[in-house]
Design a protein around this ligand. Structure first.
Ligand code: ZN
Length: 221
């Protein structure tokens, strides 16, 4: 049996702004760490890898500049990782010109699962841009696709965006301003608004994952 979505999430309201919901924000207790230097990134990722317990799940997202030239796709600019509610990393790999090996190791790890909406697409993009997962068969063990996890949990086959997941599971709205979303992610330094937007996507992914994990169907009955 398919679950019926609450009325405010009905099809007619698909792209409707849920003004009744509060915006999701990064709490002051969550530190945003911006890293654009390969050495600095390596140290942070080594520390992170050793601090994470096996089978940890971390919020994950990537951004790249939108190219207006047909068939052209720009290289990944940032990789965002949110390991817990206290810190969120934004690694500007386009500035580093490469992926430092500790970051590559973290992404390729099957012990530490990356979660996000369309994380599958992100992994393929990283494979294409930086040869992450030279052995593609190992890719699927490294992530949890958040949209599939949501659909399985509430037995719904609808298409999920991160924003809709936030609305459904967190009762929060995720602001998606086009001037930031479609901005220049390769510029240096990134603006505060870009950093906040990028970090919030990874943070939201982690929060939604945890919310689904603790989901009790009775919440909506
Ligand atoms: Zn994003």
């Amino acid at each position: 049996m398919k679950r019926t979505l609450p009325l405010w999430m009905s099809k007619s309201g698909k792209n409707q702004i849920c003004s009744a919901l509060p915006n999701l924000t990064l709490p002051n207790t969550c530190k945003l760490i911006y890293s654009h230097d390969a050495n600095d990134c390596s140290i942070l990722c080594d520390e992170l890898q050793s601090s994470l317990a096996p089978s940890s799940v971390i919020g994950f997202d990537v951004e790249w500049p939108v190219s207006y030239i047909k068939g052209k796709r720009d290289i990944t600019a940032t990789i965002q990782i949110c390991p817990n509610k206290k810190q969120c990393f934004v690694f500007q790999v386009s500035k580093m010109g490469m992926i430092p090996s500790p970051l590559k190791k973290l992404i390729e790890s099957s012990e530490i699962k990356k979660t996000g909406v369309n994380v599958i697409g992100d992994m393929w993009k990283l494979h294409h841009d930086f040869n992450i997962f030279p052995d593609q068969s190992l890719m699927s063990q490294s992530y949890i696709e958040l949209s599939h996890f949501a659909s399985r949990t509430i037995n719904s086959s609808q298409g999920w965006s991160l924003r809709r997941l936030c609305q459904y599971f967190l009762k929060s709205d995720l602001s998606k301003e086009n001037n930031i979303r479609l901005g220049d992610w390769a510029q240096f330094p990134l603006s505060e608004d870009q950093l906040y937007y990028a970090a919030l996507d990874a943070y939201a992914s982690l929060l939604v994952y945890e919310s689904i994990l603790n989901w009790k169907p009775a919440q909506f009955s």
